[in-house]
Design a protein around this ligand. Structure first.
Ligand code: LER
Ligand code: MN
Length: 272
């Protein structure tokens, strides 16, 4: 059974980002529970910032789980990425991700590597960047495994990375890894830009798919764009996906309406 989740971001520099709730984690948890979500997904500035929240109490009080934790602040706040030409910056990037893995795993939640994957550029050619990313995914995937959680790797659209932009490219990147613990986060917004057929792409990526960013074509709440959810739901059913469909969408027209629209579409698309 697919579970529902909704994002909450407490990274000041990402206040304009595609997250349904911002700043008020207690309010977000309360509202998510009222609407019947199974979980929240948290984007925080650091592992310590996650620990400073009264997250255990908020999750318990609202009977929510933690679906995943983002590492994007490593890029947005500190400009850290796993392919950096500077070895010391690469080391710091891994350290930052480990701290998020630590904090998330206390709640059984996997960390997401999205923007921190980086890109190839004038200083770092593509094969070098890919091998640095694979090396980091092996180490961090095994590290997450020791904490009992998978690690999520997210292909992004062409404006955000030039490493893997489709699920197929992500599978090709993950296949040679020695760590079996790295799964793909399939974000429907990025897929709408890059895939010829999002549904086909999900079927082909099959067992690699570990998490979903559930959002519409315009990065608004599911149901506010023109995504073909029936084809996507059939594909997820065909591959036996039983992870989270987590709403990573802009709070348009506001957080509350976006969350409500998301759960309405979720129930329609994934009836229980
Ligand atoms: C970035 O565009 C994104 O989709 C996030 O989930 C990555 O951290
Ligand atoms: Mn995403």
């Amino acid at each position: 059974m697919i579970k529902s989740a909704v994002t909450v971001c407490i990274v000041e520099q990402a206040r304009k980002g595609p997250f349904v709730f911002h700043d008020d984690v207690a309010g977000a948890c309360r509202r998510s529970a009222e609407l019947g979500f199974d979980a929240v997904e948290v984007f925080a500035p650091s592992g310590d910032a996650i620990r400073l929240l009264p997250l255990r109490r908020l999750l318990q009080e609202n009977q929510l789980s933690l679906a995943a934790v983002g590492t994007g602040a490593g890029m947005v706040v500190h400009k850290l990425q796993l392919c950096d030409a500077d070895p010391d910056r690469r080391r710091q990037a891994r350290e930052f991700i480990r701290s998020i893995i630590d904090a998330g795993s206390e709640f059984g939640a996997p960390a997401i590597i999205g923007s921190m994957q980086g890109r190839w550029d004038d200083l770092t050619d593509r094969p070098t960047a890919v091998s640095r990313l694979q090396d980091a995914l092996n180490e961090l995937g095994d590290y997450a495994g020791t904490k009992g959680v998978p690690l999520l790797y997210e292909p992004l659209n062409r404006y955000e990375t030039n490493l893997a932009t489709t699920l197929h490219e992500a599978v090709e990147l993950l296949k040679p890894l020695s760590s079996p613990n790295v799964k793909i986060l399939a974000d429907l917004f990025h897929m709408n830009i890059e895939e010829s057929s999002p549904a086909e792409a999900l079927i082909k990526a099959g067992p690699f798919v570990g998490h979903l960013h559930f959002v519409d074509s315009n990065r608004q709440a599911a149901g506010r764009g023109h995504m073909d959810y029936s084809a996507i739901a059939a594909a997820l059913d065909a591959i036996g996906f039983a992870g989270y469909a987590s709403a990573e969408a802009f709070p348009i027209p506001d957080s509350d309406t976006a969350a409500e629209q998301t759960i309405k579409t979720f129930r329609k698309v994934f009836p229980r």
